[in-house]
Design a protein around this ligand. Structure first.
Ligand SMILES: *Cc1c(COP(=O)(O)O)cnc(C)c1O
Length: 464
């Protein structure tokens, strides 16, 4: 039977995987979630990442897309990774293990989901004879991963907005040096929130949605969460081959990564703790302490991909904690949007507290953890990973249970912080060593929807 997906706000039609992939955000403003969580398949005899990935994801897509094409896309997606294990483990001692998710083309874990989602989207568009314009705002890692995944694909135009002068040089060049006819980089004279508001304004205009067939690949897209479930399974299988629990510590911003771990657990993976680690932008940790979502101003940190006060994917967890009461979730999130604050019912918080542990680490702590790992293990880790590692070690309950820390990016993506902590400047892998010499393709615009729409239309006219 084909799995159905429902909106967290309860007022949009249920869809199958292919429609969810194309839709992104539900028409009621909610996020799509599976109405049933399949059990993990029998993985005996499967030991490479691609085979496990196909088996784990098949029940989510079966009946909605053709499995043969899906299997091809999974293989092609992970062939773009520079490590044969795709997501290798490194032993850090004390039964702590680093799951390194940075071997994809843009050196951050976003590649694991987007390399697959880009291919699935393109295949579905070809089948439908459709063309879409993907529009996205990025504070750094998502933009380059989306561009890398979608460059030169025939059914997709891509417009990525980034705040001018506010992404790191490596992050900017990873986006702007891609020379493909269907990609347009737009630098907006504003901050990240301005970029995100421009994207929302574009989606809020029904005639524009129709004209350009707008689509989204940010982390509200269920396909991304689904693809991330796989590495929780491969890590647990490697560390506890006969079953037995494993714990995970996850540096968290939009809650997409750790949510995938929770789905893995729901599928039957033996998980002891799921540890949610944030930097000083700690809206979720405070929510656990106070029982209220309360957004403060975003404070820039050394781990910018976690500088977030509205963790979109948390909505999926709220929905499940509310016994899928979409109306109650919609009311809570409407209040949160309007007032910047909302009380979460105590019963929901109790359920969430039973599944997750929450902790934070500030920039000084982050630098100290990077330095410690360098001194003790002669290993360079980047700031997001350091937050996950320190908080994970602090909050783990049982040292006999393997603790897996998700390494979300390569140290060379954040060279300044790593150098500040260790005195060593991490080098880009050889395939990116010419990044600083390549020409950049970027248009700068004012913080104005009209200017962005012009860019989208120009790109569509150019590739059509
Ligand atoms: C996106 C990102 C995160 C946060 O992941 P979420 O799924 O948004 O919680 C953490 N670290 C790095 C390096 C990232 O790019």
């Amino acid at each position: 039977m084909t799995l159905r997906y429902a909106s967290t706000r309860g007022a949009a039609p249920e869809l199958d995987f292919a429609d969810v992939l194309m839709t992104g955000l539900a028409t009621d403003g909610g996020l799509y979630c599976p109405t049933e969580v399949p059990s993990l398949p029998d993985l005996d005899g499967l030991d490479d990442y691609v085979s496990i990935a196909r088996a784990v994801m098949a029940p989510f897509v079966d009946g909605a897309v053709e499995l043969e094409g899906f299997a091809e896309d999974v293989a092609a997606a992970y062939a773009s990774f520079r490590h044969p294990d795709v997501a290798p483990l490194t032993d850090l001692g004390d039964n702590v293990h680093l799951l390194d998710l940075s071997w994809g083309p843009t050196l951050a874990f976003k590649d694991i989901a987007l390399q697959l989602v880009g291919r699935l989207l393109d295949r579905e568009l070809a089948r439908r004879g459709d063309r879409v314009t993907v529009i996205g705002a990025t504070s750094g890692d998502t933009g380059s991963a989306a561009i890398e995944a979608l460059a030169d694909r025939s059914g997709v135009d891509v417009v990525i907005l980034h705040p001018e002068g506010r992404v790191s040089e490596v992050q900017r060049r990873q986006m702007t040096t891609v020379d493909a006819p269907n990609i347009r980089n737009v630098a907006v004279r504003g901050n990240f929130d301005d970029c995100q508001d421009l994207v929302k304004a574009a989606f809020a205009d029904p005639s524009l949605r129709d004209e350009l067939g707008l689509a989204a690949v940010n982390s509200i897209n269920w396909g991304r969460v689904m693809a991330q479930i796989v590495y929780y399974v491969t890590a647990a299988k490697a560390l506890a081959p006969d079953g037995g629990p494993v714990s995970f510590a996850v540096p968290t911003g939009n809650f997409g990564n750790v949510l995938a771990g929770w789905y893995a657990k729901r599928m039957g993976l033996e998980v002891d703790q799921l540890i949610v680690a944030s930097n000083r932008n700690d809206v979720l940790t405070r929510c656990m302490e106070t029982g209220a979502l309360d957004a403060e101003a975003v404070v820039p940190s050394l781990s910018p991909s976690m500088d977030i006060q509205v963790s979109s994917n948390f909505e999926r967890l709220l929905w499940e904690s509310a016994d899928r009461d979409g109306a109650a979730v919609a009311e809570l999130l409407t209040t949160f949007r309007a007032d910047g604050r909302a009380e979460v019912p105590a019963g929901w918080m109790t359920r969430i507290g039973a599944e997750f542990d929450f902790g934070r680490l500030d920039d000084d702590g982050t630098l100290a953890e990077i330095a410690r790992v360098h001194d003790e293990l002669d290993l360079l880790i980047e700031p997001h990973t350091a937050v996950g590692l320190e908080v994970g070690r602090r909050l783990r309950r049982d040292p006999a249970v393997p603790l897996v820390v998700l390494g979300t990016a390569h140290a060379a993506k954040f060279p300044d912080a790593v150098e500040q902590a260790t005195g060593v400047r991490p080098e880009l892998p050889a395939f990116l060593s010419e990044l600083h010499d390549r020409p950049e393709y970027v248009t700068t615009v004012e913080n104005d929807l009209g200017a962005v729409v012009e860019e989208m239309r120009a790109l569509r006219g150019h590739t059509a």
